[in-house]
Design a protein around this ligand. Sequence first.
Ligand SMILES: Cc1ncc(COP(=O)(O)O)c(C=O)c1O
Length: 451
Amino acid sequence: MSNQDARFATEPYLRHIMLDYRQMAEFVKDPFVVAKADGIRFWDVHGKEYLDGLAGIFTVNVGYNNPRVLAAVTEQLKTLPFNPPMHGTNPRAVELAGLLAEVTPGDLHTARLVDRGSEANEAAFKIVRQYHRQTGNPGKFKILSRYLSYHGATAATMSAGGVGYRKTLYEPAGIGYLHTYPPYCYRCPYEKTYPSCEVFCARTLRQMIEWEDPRSIAAIIVEPISNTGGIVTPPMEYLKILRQLCDEFNILLIFDEIITGFGRTGAMFAADTFGVVPDILCCGKGMSSGYAPLAAAILREPIARVFWGEPGTEFAHGHTYAGNPVACAAGLASIREIVERKLPDNARRVGAHLVQQLDAKLRPLGVVGDIRGKGLMIGVELVQDPVTGAPFPAEQKFGLKVGRRCLDHGLLLRFDPHWVAFGPALIVTEADVEKMVDILGQSIREVLREL
Ligand SMILES: Cc1ncc(COP(=O)(O)O)c(C=O)c1O
């Protein structure tokens, strides 16, 4: 990296940019500007080294600087960087759609390629409405989702999202977005306990659907495991119950697998982990491992069939970069790496070791309420009292302080006032996660001493 880059971490340059969820006046006091990466490590513009416990943001599944993906992208840039999207497609896009049909479960066989996760979910919302119109149910338009969920930053996906503070500044949101409680067993919103609850949070949806009127509901969208609420992980039966309700009421089930796809949960998709095939599977992030923007909404055959036939039944939707050949080349190489190197197996094995390490090394610190997740998507809920589950007072921002301390010690994690999460590249080793847990433990101890 060039020393020249250090100037881009100074206020005069940063005055010209607005970052995600950042108050820039705060950011410029201690800017975090990344310059270079390799494997599971990256370096900031000052040359400081970090372990990336989050694969950027659950994205770089094959790790940074992967030779196969680099070669594929470079070759494609030289051969065909772009094709006219209104007139046709390119070989890499068709090849990628075929590979997706192979690696997804069931008959999820037709991919609508897009550029990012929000677009995949937003395309899915339009597809379900059009599907119902074209199959004689024009009244079905409502989208049911859950509190604490995140489905993207665009207007429709924001409306489906279930985190208030990400919406209130921009509301009113779209019409026809309904929300239910998530399967957050550690703090059950229904004040029930699993398994005696018999997964009430899923079963109660029947009542909601009936009262709302099933003739008005187009789809249910869920993240099989939800990041935003702190790696909220449902009981194994939960998604099966949703599948049954959707079948019974002719509601399409959408899995937002933007994070959980491509090996993250220890199988290729969370649909495999939980043994449930959705009608539409939306994926992104790990699909290209972040080497180029790439995402997809993948449809089961009966859904795709409704868009194949008479003029006027096609999907009336387009993006300049959808199915871009360079992004698709990155996707093909990344997915082949994940499959051929059996990275989902590594995610399962190292993920189990990570949980064991967290349990052994962090529980004795007296602030671990819950450890949850699957594969290499693991969250730790931090509490003031693990016996009662009493959280730290919000104003203490305990988790944020811990996360910042981790960064000081060269570890990137996802952090929130009440939890931290791991989502490293799927190439991570047992020794790597041990080091990460040690840094997290040290950071917690330091923050506890300063309370
Ligand atoms: C579960 C989930 N869905 C959708 C999105 C939106 O994806 P993108 O940021 O690529 O638009 C994200 C992004 O973090 C996500 O985590």
